[in-house]
Design a protein around this ligand. Structure first.
Ligand SMILES: [Zn+2]
Length: 542
């Protein structure tokens, strides 16, 4: 088997590079990996989907499956690297680890190829998508106005400017205080103002969308929930992922990659733990703690992921609540960390800050750390004078969003090892449907008794969470019994709906009687559709 190529952690990937990496991975492991598309992005890019499993031991749709997605938020490019790292390790770890024999992984390394491309190629700022089709007057749209290939920050002297140059680090801007002396600056993203009337009344970009607020559970329109979009799944990329999930009964776990201050996130994304089943919370917390040990990240339920002096947050239409309440699954997100984390400032420290001054001190610390690095990524570009066609004298420069929004790549590689370990632990708990103790005995005449045991030998029950038990989406274990040609079923029923089966010890013993004249016949074909536990089939011959 050819060597599985290493995913380089040298720079963030543009779309073509992601395509190249997934293509090379599949080429290296033709029996273990397939590349397809989840659908097309709004701008027409294929959303790459890797399906990893040992295809010689069964089709992915017949095995329990684990879904990973990254980079739903445009600037959170680290997610692509972490997802690709996991894909690579799964392939390279085979056959020493036999996980790919038993289960399938669906990996979408870049769920938002359009938004990510904008950030990778320009370092501009966008949450998921901006509506640029309906340009509004007096609104600034990001553009590389000075032709240096990047979209940075414009600062302009202005009597009402809320910023001053930081006296402790002239590269930075800090909040204006009453004892500060001019010059005062206002800041705008680098760009051009559409139909500007010449006033200071300038809005930034058009309508913004946050695709992690576009999911169906407890979705709320704007302004109740910023970024929500028009209706659940109004964004085609989110619809493509939802269609994919609902077409597959075998998905038992989901992991999403983001980049905020380093953290392992779990549900709920609204309310509190007490709104969820207590047993489910216990398992989610225990798994999240495993992730915390593997990455040295703290654990937060989404509602608690905020500054220490802030109130609990309620994110409507968020994937975590969707994953738990609508899919019945344990879903997790890793916030892979920001540049401040790489600079040695912990998430606890970041969240403990109470004032703008404390936050500014962290950025100064980050810059000092950056200055000490031997191999420095392009994090900051000096302010350069430029004559803006509309605004006149400005300076363009400052911090690069795409770099401060994530860790350094060597640091991300270390973290990706931990998130991979977590994935293996979560995935190893998959439900696992087996057909055991198949017996055929002649009971006289042409009559045969067939016995078999259907068991779940995986750790999770087939309904995964207690929440999932009642959801129609999570299929119960159903056995279909097809008598062979010329064989007559004598029992009252052939098919059985076994309901859900608990983990490890959950089994049902079944018995059928058939009449079958002659010898060497197929008595029956049995097919067990095991939902999250996978499917098994057997031909029973006398
Ligand atoms: Zn995010």
């Amino acid at each position: 088997m050819p060597v599985v190529p290493i995913v380089p952690f040298k720079h963030f990937f543009c779309y073509d590079e992601v395509t190249d990496v997934v293509t090379q991975l599949v080429k290296s492991s033709p029996n273990l990996a397939r590349l397809s598309s989840l659908g097309k992005s709004r701008e027409g890019r294929e959303i790459h989907l890797l399906t990893l499993t040992d295809f010689d031991t069964g089709k992915p749709e017949d095995k329990p499956a684990y879904l990973i997605h990254g980079n739903i938020h445009a600037a959170e490019l680290s997610g692509t690297h972490a997802a690709l790292y996991t894909a690579r390790e799964l392939l390279a770890g085979y056959p020493k680890s036999d996980i790919l024999k038993r289960i399938a992984f669906y990996i979408v390394p870049r769920l938002n190829p359009d938004g990510a491309e904008f950030v990778v190629t320009t370092s501009g700022t966008v949450r998921s998508r901006t509506d640029r089709s309906e340009r509004e007057p007096n609104t600034l749209y990001q553009e590389d106005v000075n032709g240096d290939g990047l979209i940075l920050t414009m600062r302009q002297r202005h009597p009402d400017g809320p910023f001053v140059a930081d006296p402790k680090d002239r590269r930075l801007l800090i909040r204006r205080q009453r004892d500060h002396k001019p010059p005062f600056y206002r800041t705008l993203p680098e760009g051009v103002i559409h139909q500007w009337d010449g006033t200071d009344n300038i809005r930034i970009e058009g309508r913004g969308f946050d695709w992690n607020r576009n999911w169906s559970y407890d979705w709320r329109p704007e302004p109740e929930q910023g970024g929500a979009g028009d209706f659940p799944f109004s964004e085609p990329e989110m619809r493509a992922l939802a269609d994919f999930i609902f077409a597959r009964h075998n998905i038992f776990g989901v992991l999403g990659y983001h980049t905020g201050p380093a953290s392992v996130l779990r549900p709920p994304s609204t309310g509190a733990d007490k709104d969820l089943d207590a047993g489910d919370v216990k398992i989610m917390e225990e798994l999240a703690q495993f992730g915390a040990k593997a990455t040295k990240f703290p654990v937060h339920p989404v509602v608690k992921y905020h500054y220490a002096d802030g109130r609990d947050i309620n994110l409507r239409g968020h994937f975590h609540n969707f994953g738990y309440h609508h899919l019945g699954l344990y879903v997790f997100e890793f916030e892979l960390g920001i540049l401040r984390n790489s600079a040695g400032i912990s998430t606890e420290e970041i969240f403990k800050t109470k004032s703008e001054e404390e936050r500014e001190a962290h950025i100064r610390r980050m810059m000092k750390w950056w200055d000490r690095q031997k191999k420095r990524e392009k994090v900051y570009l000096p302010w350069k004078r430029f004559s803006h066609p509309q605004l006149g004298k400005v300076e363009i420069g400052g911090l690069l969003v795409r770099h401060i929004a994530g860790r350094t790549l060597p640091d991300l590689k270390r973290v990706s090892k931990g998130t991979y370990e977590f994935t293996l632990e979560h995935a190893a708990r998959h439900p696992y449907i087996q057909l055991e103790d198949v017996e055929v005995s002649a009971v006289g005449g042409n009559i045969y008794r067939i016995r078999a045991r259907v068991a779940n030998r995986g750790q999770f029950p087939t309904h995964i969470s207690n929440k999932g038990r009642g959801l129609r989406r999570l299929k119960t274990v159903r056995l279909s019994f097809q008598p062979g040609p010329g064989v007559k079923l004598l029992s009252q029923t052939g098919h059985h709906d076994l309901g859900h089966l608990p983990g490890l010890t959950g089994s049902r013993r079944l018995e059928w009687f058939v009449s079958a004249p002659g010898k060497g016949r197929t008595l029956c074909d049995i097919h067990v559709a095991g939902g999250t536990g996978g499917n098994v089939s057997a031909k029973i011959v006398k």
